[in-house]
Design a protein around this ligand. Structure first.
Ligand code: GDD
Ligand code: MN
Length: 402
């Protein structure tokens, strides 16, 4: 059962956080696939590991005997949790252990575990028995009913937290509210997006580049996975058996960074924000080059204005081609196609410049609006114009060979 020679640690994947399809994994392990792989991320859980492994094995043997694996992913814990887990593999052949030396973090630990897992369904549970193991069978039946993702939730019927302080409850709910504001389409899909206890069909994640950060692996799955159907099961978050929570302020900061990173990379809003950030950088390039041409090179006003504007357009094109529309341009790699995009980008920006001047005159001279307010309105309107036309013209029309 244990694919690794007994008492040998699992290899630690490196590089990108892409979950491979199961055939790729089986090609390396030379073993058959399983229905279910459950990752147990650990850091200083030596006292809890024997109990959680025993409870999970007894539970899963009842329903999935011989067709599941438990993978402890330990980050080189000072209490040698990985060694305690290794000693258990003799009695639990379905248990495997990964000891990470160079990487740390709950979310990355889970994904490294999923990258070596052989199951069609991938799960995660905490090692400290705060996630009641018996709930696994209810989560599993959600998956059997057809759910792509089954989440243990503290915020549905039968849910709750046992010993959390008011502060921890407030922080958790506060974090969820910020997430709902920034990423309603992601955080709003489940009642407990902070949950660290769930299982997901591997197919939802295969080939999708994940970029995990901090503790909240579920929002990465919701944000970057392809998850049509979600089921939830209520549970009460238990008191810790031994050891202590590793949550510090760092995890809250990482959560906000994670939300911003997802916000910037997901959907048209994320793309528009990236386009705006690039445009904003262009203002500094434009002003800087204008200053150098006027003060250092002593060039005339109009020539300085035109040259600096063109350098800014080049700056914006390069960043937009690489970052804002990178997911599209990487399918249009040829130099001719890139030059075509640059020329179109220039034309759109030139049209945008003319639109900008016309708008400023219209708002100032016809509607009597303050000239600086007019300028700001014109910049905002032209940014939307530039974004939309570039998306439809410069980065779409060139033949995209997918
Ligand atoms: N490999 C690894 N590396 N494991 C880690 C790390 C790490 O850096 N940090 C924590 N873990 C493991 C712990 O050993 C434990 O098994 C699990 O991740 C949860 O860590 P705790 O520190 O106990 O977190 P918590 O109890 O405060 O919160 C947990 O439950 C919440 C509700 O589901 C976490 O899972 C939260 O993400 C979750 O929101
Ligand atoms: Mn815990």
């Amino acid at each position: 059962m244990n694919v690794n020679p007994p008492n040998s640690l699992l290899p630690v994947p490196s590089g990108s956080f892409v979950v491979p399809d199961v055939t790729t994994v089986l090609a390396t392990t030379k073993e058959g696939h399983l229905q279910f792989s459950l990752i147990i991320p650990t850091y200083k859980e030596a006292k809890n590991i024997p109990q959680i492994v025993e409870q999970l094995s007894r539970l899963l043997d009842s329903q999935l005997a011989g067709d599941y694996e438990l993978i402890v992913v330990d980050d080189n814990s000072p209490d040698e949790t990985w060694k305690v887990a290794m000693e258990l593999t003799a009695d639990y052949p379905q248990l495997q252990v990964m000891r990470r030396i160079d990487e740390r973090g709950l979310s990355t630990a889970v994904i490294r575990g999923w990258q070596v897992a052989r199951g069609e369904v991938l799960g995660v549970i905490d090692a400290d028995l705060q996630h009641p193991p018996e709930l696994l069978l209810q989560l599993w039946s959600e998956i059997q009913r057809g759910a792509d993702l089954a989440v243990a939730s503290r915020h549905v019927e039968g849910g709750g937290v046992s010993d959390w302080s008011i502060i921890r409850r407030f922080l958790s709910r506060g974090a969820q509210t910020i997430g709902l504001i920034l990423l309603p389409g992601v955080i709003g899909r489940v009642s407990d997006p902070m949950s660290g206890y769930f299982m997901v069909r591997r197919q939802c994640l295969v080939g999708r580049p994940l970029s995990p950060l901090g503790y909240k692996i579920l929002i990465e799955v919701l944000g970057r996975g392809k998850v049509p159907w979600i089921g939830e099961v209520g549970y009460v978050f238990q008191e810790r058996q031994a050891g202590e929570s590793k949550v510090t302020w760092k995890q809250y900061v990482e959560y906000l960074q994670h939300l911003l990173r997802l916000r910037l990379s997901l959907g048209p809003i994320g793309r528009f924000i990236r386009f705006g950030v690039v445009g904003f950088s262009g203002v500094f390039v434009d002003m800087g080059i204008f200053y150098l041409l006027r003060e250092q090179a002593g060039l005339g006003l109009t020539r300085s204005a035109i040259l600096s504007a063109e350098v800014a357009i080049l700056n914006n094109f390069l960043w937009n081609d690489l970052w804002t529309f990178g997911d599209i341009s990487r399918h249009q790699r040829g130099w001719r196609q890139r030059l075509e995009r640059f020329l179109k980008f220039n034309l759109v920006c030139l049209a945008g410049l003319i639109l900008n001047v016309l708008l400023v005159n219209l708002l100032f001279n016809v509607f009597g609006i303050n000239e600086y307010v007019s300028k700001l309105i014109a910049i905002a309107a032209v940014t939307v114009w530039n974004f939309w036309i570039n998306l439809k013209l410069s980065w779409r029309v060139t033949d995209v060979r997918r």
